[in-house]
Ligand binder design. Structure first.
Ligand SMILES: [Zn+2]
Length: 100
């Protein structure tokens, strides 16, 4: 399963996360649209404290649908500029490497 972006039914502008009004035309009608892939523009290392202490990577992903999404990265081999598959897992968005 992949995350969804939201397409304005009036002007086709796509937003993520969902908004009440389209920033472009102020319309309030949106349709969810699959967002299966994108390109990594930035990688950030995050440290988690607490019971699940550890380190993970966050990717800023420019989705093929248009909006920018933040996704967790489990594979250390993912680099800036890579195309990744966007997957919904455990209530979060993950960026998985695409092997060609
Ligand atoms: Zn619009």
């Amino acid at each position: 399963m992949c995350p969804s972006v939201f397409r304005c039914v009036r002007c086709d502008h796509r937003v993520f996360p969902a908004r009440f009004l389209c920033p472009q035309c102020h319309g309030d009608g949106f349709e969810a649209e699959d967002c299966p892939s994108g390109v990594v523009t930035e990688l950030t290392r995050s440290v988690v404290a607490g019971s699940e202490a550890g380190m993970y990577m966050l990717a800023t992903v420019l989705s093929d649908a248009g909006p920018v999404l933040i996704a967790r990265v489990l594979d250390e081999a993912v680099q800036r500029g890579d195309t990744v598959a966007l997957v919904l897992r455990d209530g979060g968005i993950y960026a998985d490497p695409v092997h060609e």
